[in-house]
Design a protein around this ligand. Structure first.
Ligand SMILES: Cc1ncc(COP(=O)(O)O)c(C=O)c1O
Length: 398
């Protein structure tokens, strides 16, 4: 057995199952789960139809590089969305089978574990794959805490050059899961300067980039920042995007990476051996999804409606606000997050995720302590019912 496997931490949902072991929900109320970030709005019918029409694709092996049609649909979408002058579909774009596998795989491809103290830098709290991927690649982690004073910002200027020196990958999650923070041009200016100086790769996980609340305020992307700051060949930069949240297609397993052509070339070679090409019918369906914005606008409208309804119920009883982007609420509670989760489950049959499970302790303090994550992915009716129960719980217990 690879000894690095033993370094992996239990996944947050496993910890949650342990936390709830032996507890029962309120028998008068049906359980509502706000824990898993799995989109539940309907998938676009025209994408499903294409998938069915193209099902004969199963008769062929797909190429790892993806079809030209898919790479072109992706580069057209990304150029339009992020105001890019160039994004070459031949050399700067690669389809992936969901960002989860791709974020994992890029870490294996990029980390040079022969370097003593090879570091992967991750936000804290963070999407758990960054850590598992880094550990299995033989790197150590350096966590950068999001500020806990409400703005959720990571202050990259505080990071010492000795950390940047050892860094091989810096993960950025923007919009951030769980706190919704969107990395700014000023943040990227610091990151790009340090990346140029110390030669590490910026890996931006942007899978929530299309879930935002104001049509005139789209979250900034890393490639867009590169374009604005003069890094027009995207040196040392890769973004990761997905149809899972944008188009409610988590089961399609479809996304892409784009950016630095040298990194994409090496990653393609890695992936040829890794064996994770997207099936032809999924590629054809993905082309349709990337070419349409109407369903994405409708998707955002549904989230906005849900956030408005839920926040109207909860904001009078707790400090809670709409995130900049993404579909999670991330309130800080006046009580222990694990206890809140257990008691809410028992009294109101609502399940939320303790925030501390999504972060690591640094010097004895957990930057997500006493936060909970609530994914507003269920129907508006269900989310509203959950919000009413959370409100009742707070009124009765806090
Ligand atoms: C921050 C973040 N990145 C990546 C993913 C993976 O998404 P997918 O593999 O469906 O593209 C998720 C899924 O929840 C996520 O929250």
């Amino acid at each position: 057995m690879n000894p690095l496997v033993n370094k992996l931490h239990p996944y947050p949902f496993e910890k949650l199952a342990q936390l709830l072991a032996g507890l029962t929900t309120n028998p008068e109320k049906e359980l509502i789960k706000l824990t898993v970030g799995e989109p539940q709005h309907p998938a676009p019918q025209f994408v499903v139809d294409t998938l069915v029409e193209q099902i004969k694709g199963v008769e062929k092996y797909p190429a790892t590089k993806g079809t030209e049609a898919l790479r072109k649909a992706i580069s057209n979408w990304a150029k339009q969305r992020f105001n890019l002058e160039n994004l070459d579909s031949e050399t700067q774009v690669l389809p992936v089978t969901g960002t989860r596998e791709a974020l994992f795989a890029i870490t294996q491809a990029l980390v040079d574990s022969s370097q003593p103290d090879a570091l992967v830098v991750s936000p804290n709290p963070f999407y758990q794959i960054y850590e598992g991927a880094a550990l299995l690649a033989g790197a150590k982690l350096h966590f950068l805490a999001s500020s806990d004073d409400g703005d959720n910002k990571i202050d990259y200027r505080q990071v010492s050059d000795s950390i940047w020196q050892k860094a091989q990958i810096v993960f950025i999650c923007s919009p951030n899961n769980p706190n919704g923070y969107v990395t700014t041009l000023a943040d990227y200016r610091v990151l790009l300067e340090k990346s140029r100086q110390f030669d590490f790769v910026l890996v931006a996980d942007e899978c929530y980039s299309e879930i935002y609340f104001d049509e005139s305020q789209k979250p900034l992307g890393l490639l867009e920042a590169c374009q604005q700051l003069g890094n027009t060949d995207y040196k040392n930069c890769l973004v990761f995007h997905s149809l899972s949240k944008r188009s409610n297609l988590p089961g399609l397993r479809s996304g892409f990476t784009a950016g630095d052509a040298n990194l994409i070339r090496a990653f393609l070679l890695y992936r040829t051996y890794h064996g994770c090409a997207m099936s032809l019918q999924n590629q054809a369906a993905s082309v349709q999804a990337w070419q349409d914005e109407e369903h994405v606008i409708e998707n955002r409208r549904l989230y906005k409606e849900k956030f408005d309804a839920v926040l109207a119920i909860l904001s009078p009883v707790m400090p809670i606000h709409q995130p900049q982007a993404g579909f999670y609420l991330w309130p800080k509670l006046a009580m222990d997050d694990e206890l809140f989760c257990q008691q809410l489950y028992q009294q109101q049959s609502v399940l939320v995720l303790p925030g501390s499970y999504l972060a690591r302790d640094i010097n004895g303090s957990n930057p997500a302590k006493n936060h909970v994550r609530m994914a507003l992915v269920a129907t508006t009716d269900n989310c509203v019912e959950a919000a009413k129960r959370i409100r009742q719980f707070i009124e009765e217990n806090l």
